[in-house]
Design a protein around this ligand. Structure first.
Ligand SMILES: Cc1cc2nc3c(=O)[nH]c(=O)nc-3n(C[C@H](O)[C@H](O)[C@H](O)COP(=O)(O)OP(=O)(O)OC[C@H]3O[C@@H](n4cnc5c(N)ncnc54)[C@H](O)[C@@H]3O)c2cc1C
Length: 526
């Protein structure tokens, strides 16, 4: 992963001259006069870890698994939100953890947390570092130093129970590593967020991640059957049986806990056989309202597509103009929907038939297989475009929410207006695109992509737009996040999301598990 951009630099997608010109006109872009700093031009705040603490940590994890080198600190200096990337482009000294510590066993994690509790050192658990909400920012809080606890060494397929259809995975495995290990036995997890190539199993659990195939296989939190968590107060093994009435489910407490309550070291997940077939079909709807009603019919009647998503008119048009991803010239107006069906040949055919009958009845026109295949082919590449857009002076960021079907249209209208007005007030035109990314019987998530023009101070400019969108979300029956989690960026809305008493409950749980408050200060819990 690059320190200042998404993914693997060799896969970067510079914009064509035509697209740059078109965007320049639509968004009134000002070409960047100062090039972004290169890695050797970056200054990091110096490491504040004491020599004693360094030696004690090295004694736990081994001298090879602790680093205060700038190169290692820089790659853990933050996540991958647009704000993170804009900050990496600044020439001022950058925040970074005081050390990167890489434990290899649960016992080492326990010993590191114990030492940090005694010495007052903040700890930021770090999986793939793909957080887009400030979840891995190196915040010291009230402590004098902060370490990043990089969990990548906690890998491995630790157990596979083929009778029950579940596997225990090391928290530090990336999604492709986990899928490769399971595939050796004919199984898969089927969790495909857009950050698939870099995010980790522990990160998915810690943030309640949702993937593109969540309609078929469920969100990551649906897949979790059990967790091993090391807290500063001791270890916990959670999840005894597939279902239990033994009080509140404590696994739930750690799903979405974002490294504030404990370090997840292993995750027991539901797995299924690698699907024998995938069937594809893309659809055109005359407008977003008709398309959303069609998706609702599919979700409420349990027709079982593995993937189902609907772009609004703006997103359909812009994607067509900017990428080859759609792969068809049939979609020029209206809204594009993508459906995929997986399982045995019989299961996939039955699910496909039920869904296509419902979509046809609801006003959809089939576009055939090709656009859906093209979407699948290009689905992990869009984040590279954001870097190219930032390079030419555009602002580009995404945000997401969810609500019930009854409030979906209103929420979409209000969030779009809030974003447009905020960017307009900074002198930037904007394009606000939206798609339904996940569906449920009672509602759906809305995923917004925002394009604008960077003005004087792009960090402040986007922060203002984000605040306007967050306020509009809470005022219109939305949740502040459907799958990106809370981190620092959504924390200001947490009291409105769960209420004063809800916050007090989280604080008291935190007090019990992490009395000194070393774990991820400044994140999630207000
Ligand atoms: C381009 C892009 C696309 C994305 N697409 C999606 C998407 O489709 N769906 C989606 O849900 N999210 C998406 N995300 C957000 C992000 O990828 C997810 O939140 C992911 O689950 C984070 O995993 P990670 O391993 O990178 O965690 P990190 O970023 O390393 O950490 C995230 C948070 O979890 C904590 N944490 C990490 N590992 C552990 C652990 N083992 N124990 C305790 N706490 C831990 C961290 O302290 C931090 O608070 C996207 C992000 C990017 C940049």
């Amino acid at each position: 992963m690059q320190w200042n951009a998404w993914g693997d630099g060799t896969l970067a997608k510079p914009l064509s001259e035509d697209i740059t010109k078109l965007l320049g006109q639509i968004l009134d872009l000002t070409p960047q006069s100062t090039p972004a700093p290169t890695v050797d031009q970056v200054t990091l705040r110096p490491s504040a870890l004491s020599v004693d603490a360094h030696e004690a940590l090295a004694a736990i994890v081994g001298a090879d698994h602790i680093s205060t080198a700038d190169a290692d600190r820089l790659t853990r200096a933050g996540g991958k939100s647009t704000l993170d990337l804009l900050r990496r482009r600044q020439s001022a000294p950058q925040d970074a953890p005081d050390a990167v510590v890489m434990p290899g066993t649960d016992t080492e994690v326990e010993a590191v947390l114990d030492l940090c509790t005694r010495q007052g050192i903040a700890v930021v658990p770090f999986g793939g570092g793909t957080s887009v909400v400030g979840g891995v920012s190196p915040i010291r809080g009230r402590f004098t130093s902060v370490i990043t606890l990089d969990l990548r060494r906690l890998g491995g397929l630790l157990a596979l129970d083929e009778v029950s259809g579940q596997a225990v995975l090391g928290a530090g495995l990336t999604a492709p590593e986990a899928e490769a290990l399971l595939a050796e036995h004919g199984y898969e997890l089927g969790h495909y967020p857009q950050s698939f190539r870099y995010a980790t199993i522990g990160g998915f659990a810690a943030t309640r991640s949702s993937g593109q195939a969540s309609a078929g296989h469920g969100r990551f939190d649906d897949m979790v059957q059990g967790l091993r968590v090391i807290t500063p107060s001791g270890p916990l093994d959670l999840g005894r049986a597939p279902a239990s009435a033994a009080g509140p489910n404590l696994c739930e407490l750690f799903l979405g806990s974002e490294g504030t309550l404990g370090v997840i070291t292993a995750v027991r997940v539901r797995v299924h056989p690698v699907p024998a077939v995938t069937r594809y079909e893309a659809w055109n709807f005359p407008d977003f309202t008709t398309g959303a009603a069609a998706l609702r019919a599919v979700a409420q009647n349990g027709m079982g597509p593995t993937v189902i998503r609907l772009s609004d008119e703006t997103e359909t048009g812009v994607n067509l103009a900017m990428t080859e991803a759609i792969g068809t010239d049939q979609v020029t107006t209206g809204c594009l929907a993508i459906t995929l069906f997986q399982g045995t040949a019989e299961q996939a055919a039955a699910r496909h038939e039920l869904t296509r009958t419902a979509l046809l009845a609801a006003g959809g026109t089939s576009l055939g297989e090709e656009p859906a295949r093209a979407w699948e082919h290009g689905r992990f590449n869009a984040p590279y475009l954001r870097d190219s857009l930032l390079d030419v002076g555009a602002l580009c960021e995404t945000l997401e929410t969810a609500t019930d079907w009854a409030h979906l249209a209103e929420l979409k209208t209000e969030v779009t207006a809030a974003l447009q007005q905020s960017l307009q007030s900074t002198g930037s035109p904007s394009l606000v695109m939206c798609h339904i990314s996940h569906v449920y019987p009672t509602g759906a998530s809305l995923y917004f992509t925002v394009l604008g023009a960077q003005r004087e101070d792009a960090v402040t400019q986007w922060s203002k737009a984000k605040t306007a969108a967050g306020d509009a979300i809470l005022a219109n029956h939305g949740t502040i996040t459907h799958h990106h989690a809370v981190g620092t960026d959504h924390r200001p809305w947490m009291t409105r999301e769960i209420g004063d008493l809800g916050v007090a409950v989280l604080r008291s749980v935190k007090k019990t598990l992490d009395q000194a408050g070393i774990l991820n200060p400044g994140k999630l819990i207000p």
